[in-house]
Design a protein around this ligand. Structure first.
Ligand code: F0G
Length: 350
C-alpha cells in the first residue's frame, strides 16, 4: 500500500487512542543514502559503510514532522484550539503546517534575527502567528512552558512526550533500511536534545540491536559537552543555538546506556562537513544538519572512534533550502558573461 505517513505505518508502536484523528502530511519514509565518496574522505581504506538519513525530505523540510504529526493529532484529539512552541525555526514551521491542516491556531516564538529565512518564510505562509522575542530559544521555551500551564494552549515542543513517540520512528526506519539491524554508530546534532532521546527510545523499542550514539554540539552552544548552561549560545548553525536543553538528562542517560560520545565542533568544522555533503554526495542540508558528520570526522581523527568495517548512520536533520543565506555567503557567486557563444567557449575552455 502507498505510504500514508508514520502513524499509519507504526500505529502499533504509537500509543494514540484509536479514536484520535490522524493529522498527517505523509511524513517519514525518508531515504537512507549510501555515502561512499564521503566515507573515503573521512576514513580512507577502512571499509567504513557510511549512510545518510536524509530527514530534510520530510514535508516541511526537517525531522520535526515525525514528532509533529503525533503531537498535533493528540492535541486535536484532546480538543485543543491553539498550539504554541518556541523554536529556532524548524519546529515552528512544522507546527504551523500541521496546525493549519488540523484547523488550529498556531503561535510560534522565535529568537529575533536568528531564524533562517526559509523557516520564517514557511511559518508565515502556513499562517502561524510568528512572535520574535528579544532573547534566545531558551528564553522562548521558558515563556511557552509558562503560558501553556495557565492557558488552554497545547505545547508542542519536544518536552511534549508525543513528539518523541513520533520521532522515535526514525530509528525503526533505519533498522528496516539496513535489512533489520541497527547501525554500529548513530551520529546526529544535539540542540534541545529531543531527537537523540527519541532515537534511543526507538532503537530500544524496536530491538534490532543498539548503536552507539554520537552527538555533536556546536562549540559556542555546547552545554552538554561542557556540563553547564551556556547563557549566550552562538553558532552559525542557528537550529542548534541552544544553551539549556530541555531533555539534557535524558540525552546523557541515552549516551551512557549506548556507550556513546558527545563532542563539540567549531563552526568551521560544521561548514566543512556541510560543504562535503553537498559537493561529494549531492546532499544539500542546512548547516546544523552537518554537525553529526563533523562530530564523526572529529572523533575518528582523535582516535576515539574506530570506523574499520563499521556501519555508521548520520542523520541529516534539515534541508539546505532552509538557510539560503548561509549557502550564498559560503559560495563563489556566479560569474556574468555576455550572451554570446564566444564568451561561453571562453569560459568552458579555461
Ligand atoms: N537539526 C535541526 C535542523 C534542528 O532544527 C534541530 C532542532 C536539531 C538538529 C536538534 O534537535 O533539538 O531535538 O536536539 N531544532 C529545534 C527547533 C530546536 O526549534 O526547530 P534537538
Amino acid at each position: 500500500m502507498a505510504w500514508q505517513g508514520l502513524i499509519q505505518q507504526y500505529r502499533a508502536h504509537i500509543p494514540l487512542a484509536a479514536a484520535a484523528p490522524v493529522i498527517t502530511l505523509n511524513e517519514g519514509n525518508t531515504p537512507l543514502i549510501r555515502a561512499d565518496r564521503l566515507a573515503e574522505q573521512i576514513a580512507p581504506g577502512t571499509g567504513l559503510q557510511l549512510y545518510l538519513k536524509y530527514e530534510g525530505l520530510n514535508p516541511t523540510g526537517s525531522f520535526k514532522d515525525r514528532g509533529m504529526t503525533v503531537a498535533i493529532s493528540q492535541a486535536a484529539y484532546e480538543g485543543a484550539k491553539t498550539v504554541i512552541c518556541a523554536s529556532t525555526g524548524n519546529t515552528a514551521a512544522s507546527a504551523a503546517a500541521y496546525a493549519a491542516r488540523a484547523g488550529l491556531r498556531c503561535i510560534v516564538l522565535v529568537p529575533e534575527g536568528k531564524i533562517a529565512l526559509g523557516k520564517l518564510a514557511a511559518c508565515l505562509a502556513y499562517g502561524a502567528e510568528v512572535i520574535s522575542i528579544e532573547g534566545s530559544f531558551d528564553d522562548g521555551l521558558r515563556l511557552v512552558r509558562g503560558i501553556s500551564q495557565s492557558y488552554p494552549i497545547a505545547l508542542v515542543n519536544s518536552v511534549n512526550p508525543w513528539r518523541l513517540e513520533g520521532q522515535k520512528t526514525g530509528a525503526f526506519e533505519i533498522c528496516d533500511q539496513l535489512g533489520g539491524r541497527a547501525p554500529d554508530w548513530h551520529c546526529l546534532p544535539v540542540g534541545n536534545a529531543g531527537n537523540i532521546s527519541a532515537y534511543w527510545l526507538g532503537y530500544k523499542e524496536y530491538s534490532r540491536g543498539w548503536p552507539r550514539l554520537l552527538g555533536g554540539q556546536a562549540e559556542g552552544a555546547a552545554p552538554i559537552v561542557r556540563g553547564r548552561v551556556i547563557e549566550k549560545p552562538e553558532t552559525i548553525a542557528t537550529a542548534i543555538r541552544i544553551g539549556n536543553p530541555a531533555r539534557w538528562q535524558q540525552a546523557v542517560a541515552a549516551l551512557d546506556e549506548s556507550d556513546g560520545l558527545i563532542t563539540d565542533v567549531s563552526d568551521e568544522q560544521i561548514l566543512s562537513s556541510w560543504k562535503q555533503l553537498a559537493s561529494l554526495e549531492g546532499v544539500f542540508v542546512e548547516p546544523a544538519s552537518a554537525t553529526g558528520v563533523a562530530a564523526l570526522q572529529k572523533e575518528i581523527a582523535l582516535g576515539h572512534l574506530d570506523p574499520t568495517g563499521k556501519t555508521i548512520v548520520c542523520v541529516l536533520t534539515g534541508h539546505g533550502l532552509k538557510d539560503p543565506d548561509t549557502a550564498i555567503k559560503m559560495a563563489t557567486l556566479p560569474r556574468s558573461i555576455p550572451a554570446t557563444m564566444e564568451a561561453l567557449i571562453g569560459v568552458v575552455s579555461e
